[in-house]
Design a protein around this ligand. Structure first.
Ligand SMILES: *Cc1c(COP(=O)(O)O)cnc(C)c1O
Length: 373
């Protein structure tokens, strides 16, 4: 048996809607499908404003512009995350203060945030790793106390909740990814969600190359022109059409993925306890959105052996995230603090195959093989 790590799921309607978009004659951005997707997110998750972007990275870059990051400003970001979480702010000149992970979960250690705050701190960017919520009450109360902006990197967190609040609806701003490795995908794609009204008008301008085109088309101004900085952050209607097909099937996709996640958890619980291998932990205040299933091995060596062994058996398991504070690009700019948990996940975490079409037969095979390791 050969089992890939990921296989992007097609609902079957993607090309139909893409054809419709092409036939309509409007294939640039901000057309019918873009508006349908944005309305879907605003209504389902209560965002004050949703703007489709060409990636989560783009949405994070928009956040960095919106909160006016300037050279010398500091932004608090986890070390164990994807590059973009930090990169978007670096481009505006920020200094990154990296946070360690929790020992029970790769998400940020909320207890360590306050010690990193000083006069230059502008924002905190919590990442909901594996779609599991960070402790948002704690983070928002720190942010309120020190007057900081919270940007949720919810790239992996669609349809996940913190105490019944949808992730992405709690911070001032938040970002999602529709990269092909995420639950809902459009190949490449993303979303900026705005929960603080102060940012809405300017976000629309930054989104469309620094012009007030959106206001013009709503008839709010009588001509449109260049009014601010920005970029071409909006995706074409062809991408939005693809995404719409996925959103129409959101519940089906989520149900299937959560089912797959539950089987992994149930069947591997005793085995992981016995071998002291860590499996995903969901705090009481969080939900599971079936984004990924990972194991944390006892050592880097054990992880390497496990990946090789699975590969021999046709199973493609992968590891990810090299602590950003130790990256070639940032190591000499880092403040020197040790971040032992981030390093441990860097060395020991492995992700099992996880996708909509993973059959129960394939999953049974993976579990049996794992138990023989
Ligand atoms: C996938 C991911 C991103 C980047 O998303 P893109 O849409 O590829 O730009 C950023 N942050 C996290 C936590 C991610 O998982």
């Amino acid at each position: 048996m050969k089992i890939p790590f990921n296989k992007p799921f097609l609902t079957g309607k993607e090309t139909h809607y893409m054809y419709q978009a092409v036939q309509s004659g409007h294939i640039s951005g901000n057309g019918v499908f873009t508006k349908k997707c944005q309305k879907f997110f605003e209504e389902r998750y209560g965002f004050r404003k949703a703007l489709l972007t060409t990636s989560c990275t783009d949405a994070l870059e928009m956040c960095a512009i919106l909160v006016d990051i300037k050279p010398g400003d500091e932004v608090i970001v986890p070390s164990y995350t994807f590059v973009s979480t930090a990169l978007a702010f670096i481009r505006q000149g920020a200094k990154i203060r990296f946070l360690d992970s929790r020992s029970d979960h790769p998400g940020i250690d909320e207890e360590k945030i306050e010690a990193l705050i000083n006069d230059k701190t502008k924002a905190i960017v919590p990442v909901h790793y594996a779609g599991v919520a960070c402790d948002m009450d704690k983070i928002m109360s720190i942010a309120n106390e020190y007057d900081l902006i919270v940007i949720e990197d919810a790239a992996q967190a669609i349809e996940s909740f913190y105490k019944d609040k949808p992730l992405g609806s709690i911070g001032h701003l938040s970002t999602f990814s529709f990269h092909e490795t995420k639950n809902i995908n459009s190949g490449e794609g993303g979303l900026l969600a705005i929960n603080d009204d102060r940012f809405i008008e300017r976000a629309e301008i930054i989104w469309e190359k620094g012009t007030n085109r959106a206001e013009f088309f709503r008839g709010e101004v009588n001509k449109y022109g260049w009014v601010d900085i920005g970029s071409s952050f909006l995706p074409s209607e062809i991408i939005a059409a693809y995404l719409w097909a996925q959103l129409e099937n959101l519940e089906d996709i989520q149900n299937r993925r959560i089912e797959t996640w539950n089987v992994y958890t149930k069947k591997l619980k005793d085995w992981s306890d016995k071998n002291k291998i860590q499996i995903p932990f969901i705090p009481d205040y969080a939900t599971n959105n079936g984004h990924m299933f990972y194991l944390v091995c006892n050592s880097g060596r054990q992880r390497g052996e496990l990946i090789d062994y699975l590969k021999e058996k046709g199973i493609h398991a992968v590891f990810h995230y090299m602590s950003l504070h130790k990256s070639e690009f940032y190591e000499d700019k880092h403040d020197g603090r040790e971040l032992p948990e981030a390093n441990r996940y860097t060395e020991c975490l492995v992700r099992l195959p996880f996708f909509y079409e993973l059959t129960s037969e394939q999953q049974k095979y993976i579990i049996t093989i794992l138990k023989n390791f």
